[in-house]
Design a protein. Sequence first.
Length: 396
Amino acid sequence: MKIAIYYNHYNTLGHSTRILSLIKGIKRDIPKSRIILFEGGRTASMLPLEKYAKVYTLPHSVDKKGFFIEERRAFYKKMVASGAMETMMKARLGMMRSALRDFKPDVFMTEYFPFGQEFWTFEMPALLREIKSSSRCKIVGSCGYLSHIEKTHEYIQEFYDWLFVHSPRDFALKHVEQFSGEMARGLRRVLTDFKGKIQFTGFVLDEPRPVDPGRLRARYLCNGCSRMIFVSRGGGIVNKEILVSSILLAQRRPEYFFVVCCGPATSEAELRGYEKIARGARNVKLVHFMKPELFDRHLAAADVSVSMSGYNTSLKLMYFKKRAVLVPFYTTEQRWRAEMLAQYLPASVLPEQDVTVRRLEQAVEKVLQLSVPKKTVPRKWFTGVEETTRRLKCLL
């Protein structure tokens, strides 16, 4: 089977990590499969996509401060109508057309589109229309959670054979209940009209290797500390306050050891600033970023995790059944995911705008005292990779 995958991302790890889990599973479960991958941004070097697929990094623009246009929405909207954008989109489409002509895929997969934000993806309808009219290639969608844009229904009806939602059905539908207005109506219509096309696979998680947390805990708790707190803001550039507040909290609570993972989007200047705040604290270890397997080891060893509630981190919190302080990014689906996680984990939700040293301290103390919820996370929730590859085989 030959599979071409398109995805876009901007200074995050979520989409890239989910794609990595999928292509690893495809290579493992579908013998002699071949994959090409079109990425719409710059993947973190810690994710070895090239090991499993031929990667085409599509042309993209960066502003004078080094930010991808997707992060500057006002700038992005202006550029959409500009000649520079038209030139870039032609270059992106040209690269994909050429690669697809040579590769002749059996399946073309779009990640997030047609459910998510339309950054860059206004190039997709033209490409999908060409694929649909000129080949027998099947077109499938892949998303971690349901969302909706203005033309989601129209795009599904015109282009898609199957849609993979990488979440357990019940969890995904609880998420949908949080939407209101036009988005809720649009999603309900999609779920009704295309129920035969939508496949709920379970969570896509590159299952961590068996972890013995004892040795790692002993390393951090050797100087009289009684608890290990693991802090991470994920792959993005938001929520700096959980890093700063955690470092300052360490100075107030010497009995806790804080491992603070700043994330790959953290600039060298920002990192130096965090190091300055942590100077002299013997119970803080600052890490710029961690490879996934090292991240898993630290999360498994921690008494409490302090993090946002992105897709991948949330799955690992459930997998390891961790006590957690969740600080969701307030403009996204993370708010609702955090509230759902608190039904399955001894977790406390702390709104991003409320993070202070004192409130973070109270949240950590609360989580350490919480009893384990009666709801349990079924192991079958984590079979998303296997279920996706099983269903892809049906397209042969």
